[in-house]
Write a new protein. Structure first.
Length: 256
């Protein structure tokens, strides 16, 4: 029971911290559903990972470095992030009120943290409590860092006005998450001490990026709400017009 608490406590604590950053609190029930389904999709990822190891030449112990690299990027990274994306596409993406960047970031974090919590249980069975403690401090926030940019891309996909724009942002989100995940696994499994330590550096960078993205999304949502309020009071605000056209200006460039 204590081990299960160690497995889930960091994920729940991080979820609460992210929830507190939202400009308009998301429904707790929805986040709980995403968290639970994120944990459930761990089983989907395990099946896909096993299939890659069994039916291809890609695995972590392959003699050729190329096969090992492809395994971490195109096997583990892609499989696990795709499993998370399936949950987001099934539950969060179809919602009519899903348009804001902070919703994508928080929703993706909920799925990723649920995934990491259940994955901790799997590692507990294989490697014991010592590995679980390290994973709870390192890999749990890492999973959120992998997937949150994908959630942001899902929000931009929902805002896009063209079919190509929607699919483009979905693909970009999946590629970013898979690449980040695969790179982390390469650092973590490397036998060279200084290379394996880069996993810790990457996690710190991802935590900083996630914090920055949440702050940016919060300010963006508040600015959009203010602009919409002014538009309703006298004319049409830029945010209302942008959302009505299915386009949004971010960083000086228009999202299709």
């Amino acid at each position: 029971m204590q081990a299960i608490a160690i497995a889930f406590a960091p994920a729940i604590a991080l979820m609460w911290l992210l929830y507190r950053q939202n400009p308009r609190p998301e429904r707790k029930g929805m986040l709980a559903v995403l968290f639970v389904l994120g944990g459930a999709c761990t089983l989907v990822a395990l099946v896909m990972n096993h299939s890659v190891e069994k039916y291809t030449v890609l695995w972590s112990g392959a003699d050729e470095a190329l096969y090992r690299t492809l395994y971490w990027f195109g096997g583990i990274g892609l499989n696990e992030e795709f499993a998370k994306m399936l949950v987001l596409l099934a539950v969060l993406y179809p919602r009519r009120d899903f348009r804001e960047e902070w919703q994508g970031l928080t929703g993706a974090a909920a799925v990723a943290l649920g995934f990491a919590a259940v994955e901790n249980i799997v590692y507990l069975e294989r490697f014991g409590t010592g590995t679980l403690l390290i994973r709870s401090m390192l890999t749990v926030p890492a999973h959120a860092g992998f997937t949150m940019p994908m959630g942001l891309c899902l929000a931009w996909s929902k805002q896009a006005g063209s079919t190509w724009g929607k699919y483009r942002w979905l693909l970009i989100g999946l590629v970013l998450a898979s690449a980040s995940h695969g790179l982390y696994d390469i650092w973590l499994t490397n036998d060279t001490a200084w290379l394996s330590s880069l996993a810790y550096v990457q996690v710190l960078l991802m935590i900083g990026l996630a914090y920055g993205l949440m702050r940016w999304a919060r300010h963006t949502a508040l600015a959009r709400t203010t602009a919409q309020g002014k538009g309703q009071a006298g004319g049409t605000g830029w945010a209302s017009e942008a959302l009505a056209r299915g386009r949004l200006v971010v960083g000086g460039s228009s999202l299709p």
